[in-house]
Design a protein around this ligand. Structure first.
Ligand code: FES
Length: 115
């Protein structure tokens, strides 16, 4: 495959379907922005918020393997859960992806109870 060949990325969830053709090495967060798929972010793709989690439905081998930064954030069980960080997984071939809903942190309880 030549480097400038476009690769099909398809996003699917209960709300709809979105498709886009991207260049080799494009991350899934960027691909989602190009087609309007609802991949979430709070950190804008610097692997800090973990809101961009997606589930790989087809061809997980067509994504770059998780790097240390991603493994530090979500562990190394991607081969069981099929979940990846959209901002870290780069497209190497056609894939089908399910955007996952945002998981906002639970409101913290106060450490000390007022008397
Ligand atoms: S966009 Fe924040 S961790 Fe991926």
């Amino acid at each position: 495959m030549s480097d400038d060949a476009k690769i099909l990325v398809r996003f699917v969830n209960a709300e709809g379907e979105w498709s886009v053709e991207v260049e080799h090495g494009t991350d899934l967060l960027h691909a989602s922005r190009l087609c309007g798929a609802p991949v979430q972010t709070l950190c804008n793709g610097i692997a800090a918020c973990v809101q961009c989690k997606v589930k790989v439905l087809k061809n997980p081998e067509n994504l770059s393997p998780p790097a240390t930064l991603e493994i530090d954030k979500v562990g190394n069980i991607f081969h069981i859960t099929g979940e990846r960080l959209g901002c870290q997984a780069q497209v190497l071939g056609p894939v089908e992806i399910e955007p996952l809903p945002a998981r906002l942190p639970r409101k913290r309880r106060p450490r000390f109870r007022p008397r």
